[in-house]
Write a protein that binds this ligand. Structure first.
Ligand code: SF4
Length: 203
Protein backbone atom coordinates (compact mmCIF):
# COMPACT_ATOMS: atom_id res chain seq x y z
CA UNK A 1 0.00 0.00 0.00
CA UNK A 2 1.18 3.52 -0.73
CA UNK A 3 -0.10 6.20 1.60
CA UNK A 4 1.10 9.76 1.28
CA UNK A 5 0.31 11.01 4.74
CA UNK A 6 0.94 9.84 8.26
CA UNK A 7 -0.82 9.95 11.61
CA UNK A 8 -3.92 8.41 13.09
CA UNK A 9 -5.71 7.87 9.79
CA UNK A 10 -2.66 6.16 8.30
CA UNK A 11 -2.32 3.74 11.21
CA UNK A 12 -6.05 3.01 11.18
CA UNK A 13 -5.92 2.30 7.44
CA UNK A 14 -2.92 0.03 7.82
CA UNK A 15 -4.68 -1.90 10.60
CA UNK A 16 -7.77 -2.21 8.41
CA UNK A 17 -5.66 -3.41 5.47
CA UNK A 18 -4.34 -6.12 7.79
CA UNK A 19 -7.90 -7.21 8.61
CA UNK A 20 -8.80 -7.24 4.93
CA UNK A 21 -5.68 -9.27 4.16
CA UNK A 22 -6.78 -12.10 6.44
CA UNK A 23 -10.52 -11.85 5.71
CA UNK A 24 -12.38 -14.99 4.63
CA UNK A 25 -15.93 -13.70 5.07
CA UNK A 26 -17.05 -14.58 1.56
CA UNK A 27 -16.32 -17.06 -1.22
CA UNK A 28 -14.01 -14.63 -3.06
CA UNK A 29 -11.31 -15.49 -0.49
CA UNK A 30 -11.06 -18.95 -2.08
CA UNK A 31 -9.86 -17.73 -5.49
CA UNK A 32 -8.00 -14.50 -4.76
CA UNK A 33 -4.23 -14.13 -5.06
CA UNK A 34 -3.96 -10.88 -3.06
CA UNK A 35 -6.52 -8.68 -1.38
CA UNK A 36 -6.71 -5.13 -2.76
CA UNK A 37 -7.62 -2.77 0.10
CA UNK A 38 -6.89 0.40 -1.88
CA UNK A 39 -4.28 3.13 -1.83
CA UNK A 40 -3.97 6.88 -1.55
CA UNK A 41 -3.58 9.63 1.02
CA UNK A 42 -5.05 9.18 4.49
CA UNK A 43 -7.10 11.22 5.22
CA UNK A 44 -8.21 12.15 1.70
CA UNK A 45 -10.41 14.73 0.01
CA UNK A 46 -11.56 12.56 -2.89
CA UNK A 47 -12.27 8.83 -2.69
CA UNK A 48 -12.89 6.81 -5.85
CA UNK A 49 -14.69 3.47 -5.53
CA UNK A 50 -14.72 0.84 -8.28
CA UNK A 51 -16.49 -2.50 -8.46
CA UNK A 52 -13.72 -4.98 -7.61
CA UNK A 53 -10.14 -5.96 -8.46
CA UNK A 54 -9.30 -7.38 -11.89
CA UNK A 55 -6.54 -9.79 -12.86
CA UNK A 56 -3.62 -7.36 -12.61
CA UNK A 57 -4.93 -5.92 -9.37
CA UNK A 58 -5.32 -9.43 -7.92
CA UNK A 59 -1.71 -10.20 -8.85
CA UNK A 60 -0.25 -6.95 -7.54
CA UNK A 61 -2.52 -6.13 -4.59
CA UNK A 62 -2.91 -2.59 -5.96
CA UNK A 63 -6.10 -0.94 -7.33
CA UNK A 64 -6.55 0.14 -10.96
CA UNK A 65 -3.16 -0.88 -12.33
CA UNK A 66 -4.46 -2.39 -15.59
CA UNK A 67 -5.88 -0.68 -18.68
CA UNK A 68 -8.77 0.81 -16.70
CA UNK A 69 -6.16 2.29 -14.37
CA UNK A 70 -4.41 4.06 -17.26
CA UNK A 71 -7.76 5.43 -18.42
CA UNK A 72 -8.53 6.58 -14.89
CA UNK A 73 -5.18 8.40 -14.62
CA UNK A 74 -5.97 10.22 -17.91
CA UNK A 75 -9.42 11.20 -16.69
CA UNK A 76 -8.01 12.51 -13.40
CA UNK A 77 -5.36 14.52 -15.27
CA UNK A 78 -8.17 16.05 -17.33
CA UNK A 79 -9.49 17.64 -14.12
CA UNK A 80 -6.03 18.47 -12.72
CA UNK A 81 -5.88 15.61 -10.24
CA UNK A 82 -3.16 12.99 -9.98
CA UNK A 83 -3.56 9.47 -8.62
CA UNK A 84 -1.44 10.49 -5.63
CA UNK A 85 -4.12 12.99 -4.57
CA UNK A 86 -7.05 10.58 -4.42
CA UNK A 87 -7.79 7.38 -2.52
CA UNK A 88 -8.75 4.54 -4.85
CA UNK A 89 -10.52 1.39 -3.69
CA UNK A 90 -13.44 -0.85 -4.63
CA UNK A 91 -16.62 -2.30 -3.17
CA UNK A 92 -15.16 -5.81 -2.85
CA UNK A 93 -11.50 -6.20 -1.98
CA UNK A 94 -10.96 -9.61 -3.65
CA UNK A 95 -11.21 -10.41 -7.34
CA UNK A 96 -14.40 -12.11 -8.52
CA UNK A 97 -13.32 -15.08 -10.70
CA UNK A 98 -13.28 -14.22 -14.41
CA UNK A 99 -14.01 -10.58 -13.53
CA UNK A 100 -17.69 -11.38 -13.03
CA UNK A 101 -19.89 -8.91 -11.19
CA UNK A 102 -19.64 -9.47 -7.42
CA UNK A 103 -22.73 -11.09 -5.94
CA UNK A 104 -25.07 -9.45 -3.42
CA UNK A 105 -23.78 -11.63 -0.58
CA UNK A 106 -20.17 -10.80 -1.45
CA UNK A 107 -20.91 -7.08 -1.54
CA UNK A 108 -22.79 -7.29 1.76
CA UNK A 109 -19.89 -9.18 3.37
CA UNK A 110 -17.30 -6.65 2.20
CA UNK A 111 -19.22 -3.39 2.61
CA UNK A 112 -18.24 -2.90 6.29
CA UNK A 113 -14.63 -2.48 5.13
CA UNK A 114 -15.61 0.31 2.72
CA UNK A 115 -17.76 1.94 5.39
CA UNK A 116 -14.82 1.89 7.79
CA UNK A 117 -12.50 3.31 5.13
CA UNK A 118 -14.94 6.17 4.52
CA UNK A 119 -15.14 6.83 8.27
CA UNK A 120 -11.33 6.88 8.65
CA UNK A 121 -10.52 8.85 5.50
CA UNK A 122 -13.27 11.48 5.94
CA UNK A 123 -13.41 12.36 2.23
CA UNK A 124 -15.18 15.50 1.07
CA UNK A 125 -16.39 13.61 -2.00
CA UNK A 126 -17.01 9.92 -2.62
CA UNK A 127 -17.03 8.96 -6.32
CA UNK A 128 -18.59 5.56 -7.06
CA UNK A 129 -17.52 4.41 -10.53
CA UNK A 130 -20.13 2.38 -12.39
CA UNK A 131 -23.52 0.90 -11.55
CA UNK A 132 -22.39 -1.74 -9.04
CA UNK A 133 -20.42 0.64 -6.81
CA UNK A 134 -23.10 3.33 -7.05
CA UNK A 135 -25.92 0.95 -6.19
CA UNK A 136 -23.97 -0.51 -3.23
CA UNK A 137 -23.08 2.90 -1.76
CA UNK A 138 -26.51 4.44 -2.33
CA UNK A 139 -28.16 1.44 -0.70
CA UNK A 140 -25.81 1.45 2.31
CA UNK A 141 -26.20 5.19 2.92
CA UNK A 142 -29.95 5.39 2.31
CA UNK A 143 -29.97 7.29 -0.99
CA UNK A 144 -32.71 6.45 -3.52
CA UNK A 145 -31.28 4.68 -6.60
CA UNK A 146 -33.76 4.78 -9.50
CA UNK A 147 -31.11 3.80 -12.09
CA UNK A 148 -27.46 4.52 -12.79
CA UNK A 149 -28.37 6.55 -15.87
CA UNK A 150 -30.48 8.92 -13.76
CA UNK A 151 -27.88 9.57 -11.06
CA UNK A 152 -24.54 9.67 -12.95
CA UNK A 153 -22.80 13.03 -13.00
CA UNK A 154 -25.07 14.44 -10.28
CA UNK A 155 -24.23 15.38 -6.71
CA UNK A 156 -25.95 13.71 -3.76
CA UNK A 157 -25.42 14.08 -0.02
CA UNK A 158 -24.83 11.25 2.40
CA UNK A 159 -24.17 11.07 6.12
CA UNK A 160 -21.18 9.07 7.26
CA UNK A 161 -22.54 6.15 9.32
CA UNK A 162 -20.21 6.46 12.35
CA UNK A 163 -20.12 10.23 12.92
CA UNK A 164 -23.05 11.57 10.89
CA UNK A 165 -20.65 13.89 9.03
CA UNK A 166 -22.11 14.94 5.69
CA UNK A 167 -20.26 14.32 2.44
CA UNK A 168 -20.99 14.50 -1.27
CA UNK A 169 -21.42 11.52 -3.57
CA UNK A 170 -20.96 11.95 -7.32
CA UNK A 171 -21.41 8.76 -9.41
CA UNK A 172 -19.53 8.48 -12.71
CA UNK A 173 -19.17 5.79 -15.37
CA UNK A 174 -16.56 3.12 -14.65
CA UNK A 175 -13.34 3.77 -16.67
CA UNK A 176 -13.43 0.17 -17.97
CA UNK A 177 -16.63 0.96 -19.89
CA UNK A 178 -14.64 2.20 -22.88
CA UNK A 179 -12.56 -0.99 -23.11
CA UNK A 180 -15.68 -2.84 -24.34
CA UNK A 181 -17.67 0.18 -25.57
CA UNK A 182 -15.32 2.82 -27.10
CA UNK A 183 -18.17 5.27 -27.97
CA UNK A 184 -18.82 5.61 -24.22
CA UNK A 185 -15.62 7.68 -23.90
CA UNK A 186 -17.57 10.91 -24.45
CA UNK A 187 -19.98 10.10 -21.61
CA UNK A 188 -17.11 9.10 -19.34
CA UNK A 189 -15.23 12.34 -20.06
CA UNK A 190 -18.42 14.29 -19.54
CA UNK A 191 -18.83 12.69 -16.09
CA UNK A 192 -15.28 13.57 -15.06
CA UNK A 193 -15.62 17.12 -16.40
CA UNK A 194 -18.74 17.50 -14.27
CA UNK A 195 -16.88 15.99 -11.31
CA UNK A 196 -14.11 18.55 -11.80
CA UNK A 197 -16.63 21.40 -11.87
CA UNK A 198 -18.28 20.22 -8.65
CA UNK A 199 -14.87 19.68 -7.02
CA UNK A 200 -13.98 23.33 -7.67
CA UNK A 201 -17.01 24.43 -5.68
CA UNK A 202 -16.37 22.07 -2.75
CA UNK A 203 -12.60 21.95 -2.23
S1 SF4 B 1 -14.24 -9.79 -0.85
FE1 SF4 B 1 -14.21 -8.72 1.11
S2 SF4 B 1 -15.53 -9.93 2.47
FE2 SF4 B 1 -14.95 -11.25 0.74
S3 SF4 B 1 -13.12 -12.33 1.47
FE3 SF4 B 1 -12.42 -10.51 0.32
S4 SF4 B 1 -12.12 -8.94 1.90
FE4 SF4 B 1 -13.39 -10.57 2.81
Amino acid sequence: MHFKTSGTALYAMEALAGQIGSCRKCALALSRTKTVPGEGPAPCRVMLVGEGPGKKEDESGRPFVGRAGAILSDLLAQIDLSRDEVFITSVVKCRPPGNRTPGKEEIAACMPFLERQIAILSPVIVVPMGRVATSAIFSRYGIAFPSFREVRGKRFLMSENETGREMSVIPVYHPAVITHNPPARAALEEDFTRLGEILCTLI
